[in-house]
Design a protein around this ligand. Sequence first.
Ligand code: ZN
Length: 106
Amino acid sequence: MDVLDILRRQAGRFQCPNCGQSLADCELEMVTHHDDQSLVKVTCAHCKDTRLIAVAFAAETEPEAPVIDLRDQPTEELGAPVNADEVLDARLALAGHQGDLASLLR
Ligand SMILES: [Zn+2]
């Protein structure tokens, strides 16, 4: 897999953070490449702004990223919401508290 070739094709979708021009004509230079991680030097063709970008590719590239559906996540571990009685208990405990804040938090 040629990381630079892939980046070259994707570069036109990105803008230079410095001058706002398209990075379609930018220079790409591989700095390091290790497993799925690459460090690529990008030089803007317009303003010569240079920055390093870290690129990670999955071993098997999915055509579409899976959509994470949060609606079915279990909520049990979040604990039951505080109910009105518990709030009242806390208020009464605070009202009857004689010490300073530090002793309250112990
Ligand atoms: Zn630029």
